[in-house]
Design a protein around this ligand. Structure first.
Ligand SMILES: C[S@@+](CC[C@H](N)C(=O)[O-])C[C@H]1O[C@@H](n2cnc3c(N)ncnc32)[C@H](O)[C@@H]1O
Length: 204
C-alpha cells in the first residue's frame, strides 16, 4: 500500500484537481490517487479481526479488507451499490462485542445530529473490549469547501443530504468529546492528506 515517490509527487501536483475539479474516473485516468483511496490507504492497515464499517458508502474499505482474506461487513442507511447491510444504524442487528474493529470513515458528520450518540453507543456495544473505533473527519471549514466545490461527490449526488441535521465537517474537539462521552478512550490522532484530514483511533 506504500506509494512510490513519483506517485507521491504526482498526487501533490495534482491535488487541486483531485480535490475539487475532476471526478473520480477522470482522476484515475490521470493516475491520481483519489480522496476516497487516500482514506482507504490510511485506514486499511489499521483494521484488525472482524470489522464493521458504519456509513460504508460503496463499501470499498471492506471489499479491500476482504480481498486480503479478512472478515468484515459494510453497513449504511442508504442503498448505495455494494453495501452489505442497509440498516438503521441506531439499532445494529449485531450481537454485543461481535466486532474487533468498528470504522466510521468520512461519515460521522453525515449521521444526523439527533442520532449520532445512539449510533456511537451501538458502535460501543458491538465492539469487543479493547476493540478499536477508527474515525476519519475533516473540520468544518475544509468540509464546507469540499462539499461546495466537489460537484461530483457521490454522497451528495445520490443520497438526499439534510444539512439541518448533517454537518460539513467536525472539529477535533467535537469528535473527541462526543466519542469520549460514549465511553471510548482516544489513543491517537494523526493528520493525513497534507494535514487537511484527521484520523482518530479510539479504544473501548
Ligand atoms: C461521505 S460518505 C462516506 C462513505 C464512505 N465511508 C467513504 O469513505 O467513502 C457519508 C456516508 O454516511 C452515510 N450515512 C448517512 N447517515 C447515516 C447514518 N444515520 N448511519 C450511518 N451512515 C450514515 C451516508 O449514507 C454515506 O454513505
Amino acid at each position: 500500500m506504500k506509494k512510490t515517490v513519483i506517485q507521491s509527487i504526482w498526487d501533490f501536483i495534482g491535488f487541486p484537481l483531485s480535490a475539487f475539479l475532476l471526478d473520480e474516473p477522470a482522476q484515475k485516468k490521470l493516475g491520481l490517487t483519489t480522496l476516497k483511496e487516500r482514506r482507504l490507504f490510511a485506514v486499511l492497515p489499521l483494521l484488525q479481526g472482524n470489522v464493521l464499517d458504519i456509513g460504508c458508502g460503496h463499501n470499498e474499505l471492506i471489499k479491500s479488507y476482504r480481498a486480503k482474506g479478512r472478515q468484515g461487513v459494510g453497513a449504511d442507511v442508504f442503498p448505495f451499490e455494494g453495501v452489505d447491510k442497509i440498516v438503521d444504524t441506531t439499532k445494529l442487528p449485531y450481537a454485543d462485542k461481535q466486532f474487533d474493529t468498528v470504522t466510521i470513515i468520512a461519515a460521522l458528520n453525515h449521521i444526523p445530529l439527533g442520532k449520532r450518540i445512539a449510533v456511537l453507543n451501538e458502535a460501543y456495544r458491538v465492539l469487543e473490549n479493547k476493540g478499536r473505533l477508527i474515525v476519519t473527519m475533516i473540520n468544518g471549514t475544509i468540509g464546507y469547501l469540499c462539499h461546495k466545490l466537489m460537484w461530483w461527490d457521490f454522497d451528495q449526488g445520490e443520497r438526499e443530504v439534510d444539512w439541518k441535521e448533517e454537518n460539513y465537517g467536525l472539529s477535533n474537539k467535537y469528535v473527541t468529546e462526543i466519542i469520549g462521552k460514549c465511553g471510548f478512550r482516544l489513543i491517537k490522532r494523526k493528520r493525513f492528506v497534507y494535514g487537511l484530514n484527521n484520523l482518530f483511533i479510539f479504544e473501548k
